[in-house]
Design a protein around this ligand. Structure first.
Ligand code: ARG
Ligand code: ZN
Length: 456
């Protein structure tokens, strides 16, 4: 813990004057998620982040100025941001006035000179620098600022965002973003949303990316490397792709492949929720996973049709409609897996029924059936097979029970009613019952909440 600025004694007095009726409180250090108790923070709602980042891959030096616009949701004497203490905070201002701060583990604690009244809109500016590193997740995978030979593979689910910028890093606090990223001219910086400007000078290039639709912080990315960058109109979509030069001959085909998948899903799930799409292929096969980063998934290899469909289905399920806590992760992965099954059927590769049958064939005594789909038991199981395959099977069983018309009405209503928001498993069940007019407790109990292989 480094206390870098002493809290002026006068602050206590100001506090008392500003909040005469009740003592202002400290914002909670976590959002209350059982899987990641210190992730996110209480007491305020982040609305917009303006992240100005300067990164030099050869020295691995990151210089950041993070501006967060937020609104207090209680009277705040102090509040937290999530940021790993490998990065050093140099100064913090709140409403333009210097604020006291300290760093402890993954918490940056900020004490404004004057307490913030409940409901107050406020701006925090954090200046920081250092050599960013990734974190290792409970399942052993790397997440965050993952160094590559020429830059960074930046994938942040479930907890990597705190490795490169301070924020309210729980999925329930969505915000809009601007990324202003400066890198050497030999590198490209790719983020979420729309590329709105690019300017060079003194051997460095600054890329500005605007993500205008609300985004959970685990879906942000600033990927840096030697990329072949293309910004083009393909069918109905603005497709922005960044492809590793080793794979440059695949770039045109990769961009073209997005439109048919997105057109098909738009017909099933409702309009594509974002202003642009595309993808980043950073040839780093040892990262081991792709991620559905909002508007622009990141892939360690050229994606198969199945993987492309998975990450694009997430744009509706996971990104636009986001779970409320990590144990609801089947709402992301089960739906995206069902998206794969649908796309495979559409393209004549395999029927949805055949995909279901293959997964259902897993023997009843296999560990696959032992943890409930809607609570995989802990953060180490977030991305294990039952979440994906049993999640998708749950949707298929629902479809068989209510019929195609009601089933696709349910998916569309889910995407529409919770667009840009958060919703949990209970909300999905309630919606499925409302839209279908059916009582579905037995089905969801067997498929989501109980261990064991359900009978058909
Ligand atoms: N949501 C990603 C996908 O299904 C997987 C992310 C895995 N992340 C991890 N830290 N293991 O495409
Ligand atoms: Zn997924």
């Amino acid at each position: 813990m480094k206390r870098l600025l002493a809290l002026p004694v006068a602050t206590l007095l100001t506090l008392t004057l500003a909040v005469p009726s009740s003592a202002a409180t400290a914002g909670a250090p976590g959002a209350g998620d059982p899987y990641f108790p210190t992730q996110g923070n209480g007491g305020y709602d982040a609305l917009h982040y303006d992240l100005a980042l300067d990164y030099n891959p050869s020295s691995d030096a990151l210089l950041g100025v993070a501006t967060m616009n937020a609104r207090a949701t209680e009277e705040l004497s102090r509040f937290n941001l999530d940021l790993v203490d490998d990065l050093t905070v140099r100064s913090v201002t709140v409403q333009g006035a210097a604020a006291a701060f300290s760093q402890s583990g993954t918490e940056l604690v900020v004490t404004p000179a004057t307490a913030l009244p409940n409901g107050q809109a406020f701006t925090v500016v954090v200046r920081y620098d250092g050599k960013p590193t990734h974190v290792v997740d409970p399942d052993g995978s790397r997440d965050g600022w993952i160094r590559t030979s020429d830059g960074v593979y930046n994938a942040n689910e479930p907890q990597g965002a705190m490795t490169w910028y301070p924020g309210n890093h729980h999925m329930t606090d969505k915000a809009t973003y601007r990324f202003t990223v400066t890198v050497p001219d030999t590198r490209v910086a790719v983020a979420n949303g729309d590329l709105t400007s690019r300017s060079s000078g003194g051997g460095r290039t600054t890329y500005v990316w605007d993500a205008r639709e609300p985004m959970a912080s685990y879906l942000t990315t600033v990927s840096i490397g030697k990329f072949h960058l293309k910004d083009e109109k393909v069918g109905n979509f603005r497709v922005i792709t960044a492809v590793d030069p080793k794979l440059a001959d695949k770039a045109t085909a990769f961009a073209q492949r997005h439109a048919p998948v997105l057109d098909y899903f738009s017909g099933l799930f409702g309009p594509y929720p974002f202003s642009s799409t595309g993808g980043i292929i950073d040839h780093e096969p040892n990262v081991g996973y792709a991620l559905e980063t909002q508007t622009r998934p990141i892939y360690p290899v050229v994606p198969s049709e199945r993987l492309l469909a998975h990450e694009l289905a997430h744009q509706w399920f996971g990104n636009s409609v986001t779970p409320a806590r990590w144990q609801d992760i089947w709402l992301n992965e089960g739906f995206a897996t069902y998206g794969e099954w649908l796309w495979q059927e559409k393209t004549g590769t395999r029927t949805v029924q055949a995909s279901f049958d293959a997964a259902y064939a897993t023997p009843a005594d296999d560990a696959f059936w032992q943890t409930p789909t809607a609570d995989p038991g802990g953060p180490e199981n977030l991305f294990h097979d039952p979440v994906y395959d049993r999640g998708a099977m749950t949707l298929h069983v629902l479809r068989e029970a209510v019929g195609d018309t009601a089933f696709f009405a349910i998916l569309k209503a889910w995407a529409t009613e919770h667009r840009y928001g958060n919703a949990d498993t209970a909300a999905f069940i309630a919606l499925a019952e409302r839209v279908s007019g059916r009582q579905l407790d037995a089905l969801f109990d067997a498929w989501l909440f109980k261990p064991g292989k359900p009978a058909l």
